[in-house]
Each structure stands twice: as C-alpha cells, then as structure tokens.
Design a protein around this ligand. Sequence first.
Ligand code: NAD
Length: 245
Amino acid sequence: MSEQRVALVTGSSSGIGAAVARRLAEAGFRVVVNSARSVEAGEALAAELPDAVYRQADVSDERQAAGLVAAAVEAYGRLDVLVNCAGTTRFIPHDDLEAATPDIWRLLYDVNVIGVWQTITAAVPHLKETGGSVVNISSQAGVRPGGSSIPYAVSKAAVNHMTKLLAKTLGPDVRVNAVAPGFVDTPWFDGVEGADAAKAHVAGAVPLRRVGRPEDIAQAVCDLAHASYITGEVLLVDGGGHLLG
Ligand code: NAD
C-alpha cells in the first residue's frame, strides 16, 4: 500500500466540495474529484491539484456509487477519507405542502440519503484497512427547522442520524462525522429567487456577521478528518446562526 493518504470527495466539481478537495490536497492527500454531470469543471479542478483524478458518477445510482469507490481505490490503491458532499434540493416554501410531491421526496432522498449510504457501504471495507474516516456534509436545516424545503431538511436530518448510527456501528475501525453548514455562498443559489435577500439577512443576523465561504466548511471537514478521538459528531459551521432565537 502506498504511503500517501487518499480522499474521495463526492460532489466536488464546485462549491463546498471543490474547496474540500483543495484543502485536503493542501494537507497532502491524493484526491478523487467527483460529480454527476459537471465533467469539465471536475476535470479542471483535478488538473489544478498536485495529485488528483476526476471520476464522473451519480451517487444516487447504486452501481455508480460502488464503481466510484472502486475507481478511487484502483487509481491510488487505498482510501483514507470519504467526504460525502454530493447533494441536491428543490426550493419550496414550507407551507406549500402540495408542491413537495412524493417524487421530490424520492429524488432528494435518492441523492442526499441513499447516495450517502451506498457510497459509505462501498467504502467501508477500504476505510477499515486504513483506519480511515467519513465526513458527511449535512446542513443546519437538518438540525433546526428551516432550509430550502421540508424534504431537503428532513433528508439532512436523516444524514445526521445516519452519521451517529454508523459512528456507533463502525467504531473503533472507522470514524464517522458530519459538518452541518449554515448559509454558504456557492453556485447552489444560482438563479434562486430571493437568494440575495436571504444572504443579506443571514449576514446581518448571525453572530459572525457574514455568510459562510466554502473554505470555512472545508476547514471544518479537514479538522474532523484528522480528529482522532471524535466520532458521531455533527458540527454546526454556521457563523453562530444556531444561537439565534
Ligand atoms: P454546489 O451546487 O456548488 O455543489 C453540489 C455538488 O454536488 C456539485 O459538484 C454537483 O455536481 C454534485 N452533485 C449533485 N448531485 C449529485 C449526484 N447525484 N452525484 C454526484 N454528485 C452530485 O452546492 P454546494 O453549496 O457546494 O453544496 C454541497 C453540499 O453542501 C450539498 O450536500 C448541500 O446540501 C450542502 N449544503 C450547502 C449549503 C449552502 O448554503 N450552500 C448549506 C448547507 C448544506
């Protein structure tokens, strides 16, 4: 087994995932960059990092999720850190119950919950070999009642609970933690009505008086990936937003 540690970051062609990939590369990891669709952006990021490859895969597809983990191990011979950042949403006012259709629930669960589950289960045998760890990107919306839609918030609450259950189950071999970001300025909000107003509101209200940057989340992910005695933790990275009434 080669000595240099290897990280797989799902959903890393842009936003938070791209910042995580950069940060882990700075920390000396070889990195596998992934996205379901934005191939050019993913390949460009991999080319920019000192030692990285890009692999396209949709984590909501069981075969593709398993294939992604296999491709990472094939490329670099080991896996030390899995960061589940791939996620999706639909922006739906919480009081518009009819708009949150069962199809939308299924779509968000397929990516945000089952996608995370099936990537982790494929990765566990390899993480056990290296004593590695998982960091899931959930959301403040999974901790407090808010967020882009009810199905999204519930899917992220499921990720938080999955994180704790798996931490209990996979110890002492594999640590499992989550980072729950507040509002972070990324392409996630491109073209979303009201996003600028929401951003200004958050920046004016949270104790740290600004919205998050992808690098803020990447720092926390990297810290948890290295934190040898932390497992089952859901770390809010929200500028203190959870302190507001
Ligand atoms: P983004 O749109 O910039 O990034 C999303 C990434 O996920 C992209 O790389 C996209 O290609 C990838 N992706 C989407 N579906 C996928 C799939 N099925 N398989 C593989 N890759 C897929 O947005 P972002 O803000 O960087 O979001 C990243 C994560 O952070 C998401 O899980 C999101 O829920 C979470 N999050 C974001 C915020 C925020 O304010 N931006 C807040 C809390 C949580």
